[in-house]
Design a protein around this ligand. Sequence first.
Ligand SMILES: [Cu+2]
Length: 342
Amino acid sequence: METLLVIVVVVLAIAALTQAVRIFEISSQIKGTDTDVKVDDRDNNTQGWLMFLFLIFFFGAFAWMIIEYMEVTLPISASEHGVAIDSLWDISMAVIILAFLVTQPLLFGFAFMFRGRKSRKATYMEHNNKLELFWTGIPAVILAGLILYGLTTWSNVMNPEQDEEPMIVELYAKQFGWQARYAGSDNQLGYANVRLIEGANILGVDQGDAASANDVITSELHLPAGKPVKFVFRSQDVIHSAYMPHFRMQMNCVPGTQTQFQITPTVTTAEMRSNPEVIEKVKRVNALRAERGEDPWEFDYVLLCNKICGSAHYNMQMKIVVESEEDFENWMKDQQTFAEMM
Ligand SMILES: [Cu+2]
């Protein structure tokens, strides 16, 4: 709140100052006094050097940001398609950073090198087709390449090769939590509708549908590593967004319709916990938690909501456990089917 007030005060102060200058200019015009400031080489020098210093500050801030924040980025992708998403990200960032590193020294460097001087006269140039072609053509070709690459990646992610029948799991969103519904041994989800929600049947699963009897509803998401899983998303109330950062997956959950996303988890929770990057992250987080007297934290995959859906949105999450197929089967055996629950 305090920060907001400071920002408001600064913005208002700038606005007031701008208005004051305008009033001064208008009043001088009315009075007929000359407001043109005479610029000499000393002013040009000051401005030129300020441009140069800004360039150094800008690059320094850029370097600091990379050193300071690279360690809080996500660890390696825990899903098959995530590797392609990461390459797309890395290449896009490489192009953007390269453009930044080339254009900014040109912009501020030229402003410094060619700062005004009494002895120097600027060349008047009206138009140059070659230059226009150069600075329109190059970005157009690079952007078209990036867009094409992005579209191909997207299309491959959304239409994965079906060598194996994916396991069907429904992810059900409501303010403010998640529920998973496994399709059971028939791998077919029973029909469900928000109008059928009653008592313990919190997902509105149709008890009359034969496919619903062996569905399994859980509040923790367990996945076998190396097996494709197709998520079907439903929402009960508002638009939520199922976000699994470690698997590079996100899909909106929209009331009244179904959306879907297929992934293949590749790294088990235990393997990710022993990843050096994750070990470092856990150490850093736990050092901060210890300072506050909080219990240590252990790494877990999470499903988060990535749409601001209400007051407890920030805490709308579900634990994900990726394990061996055997461990998954054992866990599944302990779960109640929908028929047993009812
Ligand atoms: Cu939400």
